[in-house]
Design a binder for this molecule. Structure first.
Ligand SMILES: *Cc1c(COP(=O)(O)O)cnc(C)c1O
Length: 389
């Protein structure tokens, strides 16, 4: 399906709302029936119609159709956060006694679920370096039910060969889930590569304006229907109509925002690479990236997240650099209009900082929609201030 068609037309039913160009925000909790028998058949399958907005809602319906089409998946669910999409997708596919294989250092709240919540129900997780398929083969046990992937990882951008993992998992009857937040469906389609469920934090690029928290989960119609009728309705963290509308609005400009950000990121990387205080730049589409070939093969783009390793002896030096930035904000998340930076040392005590550990000197930069020169000038004045100390 054409991306322009999906974004501008698919599932929009304008005659039903006064030919308004922008779809209405159906801010209602419930829907009425004319006949009790209609209500009865609605109860039999809540996914077949509109009953109550914890389940389905017309504004959300338009969004679901578009997001599933962008993922080239049969269907999708939209949650009130990416974390809820992770929780529901995992919970729907494991039971007591099962085993999960996850890539190392998945998104923090996925890891929290694997380490803190699931063990209470006898579900164990083995973490592996997902860069080699042999590690998956070795980690699979007779009771492995789920393989959890995140490609690229949102810090070091480690990739998994999604088609190869999907093939292995299918042969073993194991469900695969991939966190696709880094790329979005525009730059990578895990479902097309054979992954069962693809999820993303829509808070990032889809929302695109740092004003909504949301998550998407895409997969087969059968799987999505099953999750809707159970975990989705039970957890009750489906997206609210106004937030669904904000995501629809974000979608209109998604391709051009990603294009602009991708271009600016290359310009910023060129600058970072010749900056003496930068030891290394990590970016999946950089020819020096160890998995560059795989990145080019399974991803169409790499967008605006880039990690660099700063030459520094102390955490204070890195902190001073961040605090000297005038426009780039010190904040988590990404995908909005504004450039952001997160130093790795913010997630540890200063005493734990070890300059000989490259990871401790990592900073993750998100390149936003500003002019690339504006971002570079900001970085440059902060680096200069640091070298003048
Ligand atoms: C932000 C993020 C999430 C969680 O999404 P929320 O919308 O914040 O709940 C999941 N995975 C990755 C890689 C993320 O960056």
């Amino acid at each position: 399906m054409d991306i322009s068609f999906i974004i501008n037309e698919l599932a929009e039913d304008r005659e039903n709302y006064f030919n308004a160009i922008a779809p209405p925000i159906m801010q209602t909790s419930n829907f009425a029936f004319n006949k009790v028998d209609e209500m009865r058949s609605a109860f039999a399958d809540e996914y077949s119609t509109f009953i109550y907005s914890r389940g389905r809602n017309p504004t959300l319906h338009i969004l679901q159709k578009k997001l599933a089409a962008l993922d080239a998946a049969e269907d999708c669910l939209v949650f009130n956060s990416g974390a809820a999409a992770i929780f529901a997708s995992v919970l729907a596919n494991v039971k007591s006694g099962d085993h999960i294989v996850s890539v190392n250092k998945p998104y923090g709240w996925a890891q929290h679920m694997f380490d803190k919540i699931l063990p209470r129900f006898g579900i164990t997780t083995t973490y592996i370096d997902g860069r080699s398929i042999e590690n998956f083969e070795r980690a699979i046990l007779p009771h492995t039910k789920l393989i959890y992937l995140e490609s690229p990882n949102s810090w070091d951008f480690a990739l998994q060969d999604l088609a190869a993992v999907a093939e292995l998992a299918k042969a073993e009857g194991i469900i695969t889930i991939c966190d696709n937040s880094y790329c979005t469906a525009l730059y990578q389609q895990p479902v097309v590569l054979g992954i069962d469920l693809s999820l993303q934090s829509a808070t990032k690029y889809i929302g695109g304006h740092s004003d909504v928290v949301a998550g998407v989960l895409s997969g087969s119609a059968e799987m999505i229907h099953r999750i809707f009728s159970s975990e989705y309705l039970n957890i009750g963290s489906g997206i609210q109509p106004f937030n669904a509308w904000l995501l629809l609005r974000g979608l209109r400009t998604l391709p051009m925002r990603l294009e602009r950000i991708s271009r600016s990121t290359i310009t910023v990387i060129d600058y970072l690479k010749q900056q003496p205080l930068v030891e290394e730049v990590i970016f999946p589409f950089d020819p020096e990236f160890p998995q560059h070939e795989l990145a080019k093969e399974q991803m169409r783009g790499a967008c605006g997240l880039v990690t660099f390793v700063m030459r520094a002896d102390t955490a204070e030096q890195i902190e001073a650099f961040c605090e000297k930035l005038k426009h780039i904000l010190i904040a988590i998340s990404w995908g909005g209009h504004e450039s952001l930076i997160v130093p790795r040392c913010a997630s540890m005590h200063r005493e734990q900082f070890d300059a000989s550990n490259k990871e401790h000197r990592m900073l993750r930069l998100y390149v936003g929609l500003e002019e690339p020169e504006y971002i570079i000038q900001d970085l440059d004045q902060a680096f200069r201030a640091d070298s003048n100390q």
